[in-house]
Write a protein that binds this ligand. Structure first.
Ligand SMILES: *Cc1c(COP(=O)(O)O)cnc(C)c1O
Length: 392
């Protein structure tokens, strides 16, 4: 079998061995329900408390401001719907961007159908929010600004501190979807004026199906799930103890390795970007050149179809992702690539490669050689490319 080269870490990551190891005893030995009174349950309760502390510590937050959810999408939904509902006596206007994850965008669309008004900010060609546009969008009725920390497709990191400052100067709540950024860049909820923050375990080498919403103390946010008293009565249901323990271990690992890991990823990323741009003609890099996630590269190759590219890469054992929104079963190109101004036909020829620290230069050399061959082959079959070369 061909060696697998996994370059889709923005979609999900491999659960780190130390994370799996930390989780196992909470399936086998310490299986007690944290709400029970005997000492078996005490082990579970302690482990959940410890994970909460680790996670809060990584954000400069207090442990009681961390609310575990079943993932990033759930945290985004809760933040937006509950903030809208809880603060609607102050106004009905929400500001977000055109490049958010669908967990935010589709929630905003649902809120629009339920009496709220939403402004979807444009971004610049690098995918950054323009602060002047944000200021202009603010109305007396604005109750919430939700802007992602870093984009999952093009990797661009938003000016979160400045956005938070603007929100707080105007007395507006600020939520950020930090699913891609947490564990990749340092985050401090006070320094960045963040009121709510979403995160997900499986994007940082933790397990799937666990996430959290940070909710600043004092914020009146309605419960997500009614039932037992778990998560300080805001999200009922017996805790996902192994998931929470794994999440805590993943965050501890991410914090411990952040510096070394991201230096390595940046080096590999830049090597990949430089060679692809230099060696494959009619290619562009999407997203900001420097203010981008350490592990993200996103290219558009003119005259080809991202889908075909992915299939041919897969035949070589290479996992990547394309912006052509195949996952949603639609043929529309990615909303993010359109928002940064790419024409449809160029957005269709996009490829996202997201690294981890285990990738090697040798792997990337192989990927680049394959890419060169595949792009050439696909172009040779493209009537558009034929037309184009004839006109040269
Ligand atoms: C993956 C992702 C989500 C969704 O997280 P899940 O845990 O898969 O629900 C939300 N926002 C961003 C930016 C993501 O990358």
């Amino acid at each position: 079998m061909k060696k697998l080269i996994y370059l889709d870490n923005a979609a999900t990551t491999r659960t780190a061995p130390e994370v799996v190891e930390a989780m196992l005893p909470y399936f086998t030995e310490h299986y007690g329900n944290p709400s029970s009174v005997y000492s078996l349950a005490g082990e579970s309760k302690k482990a959940v408390a410890k994970a909460r502390e680790i996670i809060a510590g990584a954000l400069g937050a207090a442990a009681e401001e961390i609310y575990f959810t079943a993932g990033g999408s759930e945290a985004d939904n809760w933040a937006l719907k509950a903030a809208a509902e809880s603060y609607k006596s102050k106004g009905n206007h929400i500001i977000t961007t055109k490049i958010e994850h669908h967990a935010v965008l589709h929630t905003c669309e649902w809120l629009e159908r339920n009496g709220f008004e939403v402004t979807y900010l444009n971004v610049d060609e690098q995918g950054r929010v323009r602060l002047e546009e944000l200021k202009k969008a603010i109305r007396p009725t604005t109750i919430l600004i939700s802007i992602m920390f870093a984009n999952n497709e093009i990797g661009t990191i938003e000016p979160i501190r400045e956005i938070g400052e603007i929100a707080h100067e105007h007395g507006i709540l600020f939520h950020t979807d930090a699913v891609q950024a947490f564990g990749q860049v340092p985050i401090h909820v006070d320094a960045y004026h963040i009121d709510m923050l979403s995160s997900s375990g499986h994007k940082l080498n933790g397990p799937k199906g666990i996430g959290f919403l940070y909710i600043r103390k004092g914020l009146k946010l309605r419960s997500l799930i009614h039932g037992g008293a778990q998560e300080r009565k805001r999200r009922a249901g017996t805790e996902n103890v192994p998931g929470i323990v794994g999440y805590g271990a993943a965050v501890a690992r991410a914090v411990r390795t952040m510096e070394e890991r991201t230096v390595r990823e940046r080096e590999l990323r830049d090597y990949l970007i430089d060679r692809v741009l230099k060696e494959i003609p009619y290619t562009r890099l999407n997203g900001h050149r420097t203010d981008r996630l350490p592990n993200n590269a996103n290219f558009s190759f003119q005259f080809i179809e991202g889908e075909s590219l992915l299939i041919m890469l897969d035949m070589e054992g290479i996992c990547g992702s394309s912006g052509s929104a195949c996952t949603s079963g639609s043929l529309d190109p990615s909303h993010v690539l359109l928002a940064i101004g790419l024409p449809h036909e160029i957005a269709h020829g996009s490829l996202r490669l997201t690294l981890n620290e285990e990738n090697t230069k040798e792997e990337l050399d192989f990927v680049i050689e394959q890419l060169k061959k595949i792009v050439e082959r696909l172009r040779s079959m493209s009537p558009l490319y034929e037309d184009f070369t004839r006109r040269q």
